[in-house]
Write a protein of this length. Sequence first.
Length: 197
Amino acid sequence: MALLGDFGFAMKLIIDRSAEIMRQPAINSEMLWILLPLLITLFLMELYFGRYTKAELGWNSAVGNSLVLFFVGMNLSSYLYSKNMLVGFTDVPVTLLDVASQKTFIAFVIVIESVFLVVLNFFRLVSKRFAFGISSELILNYIGVISIIAVYSDLPLDLLSLSAVIFIFIVLVLFFWVLRAIEPKVKPEEEEEQAEE
């Protein structure tokens, strides 16, 4: 019974932090200018692939998705630079050094990840299935959205936040799974006819 109580308490903490993460765009509207295009793209592309079930990501789209993540990384770096928090490129006040280091690390990882994915996808260095899986709009846009919220907000960057990020992703995947299940589909023969036109 104590285990269930501990689990319930942990889930409450995770749900509370998840709600806090999701409130951040309303608290800091500065991030909306980069968040909105990512969220709209994420939502519309999930609807598109739910409606056109035979459609699949192409190599060109995989490269494009990776480039979007690169733009996010550049935006994060620019934001940190403008706030005098980009470690190694600005004189970060000692009082902000820990937070600035964490946020600089996030921006750096996003840029490196995007460059790595662009190279993988551009030169087709891995299997199509693997490349399209790790370069999907859902995964890359979600990583972009969460990294923007982490860098632009004052949320603590700790294990609870990481757990909340994973929890939100699971809820998002389930939401799109239900949405795709109820979304009207295009008949396969109509989809093939449209592709030929």
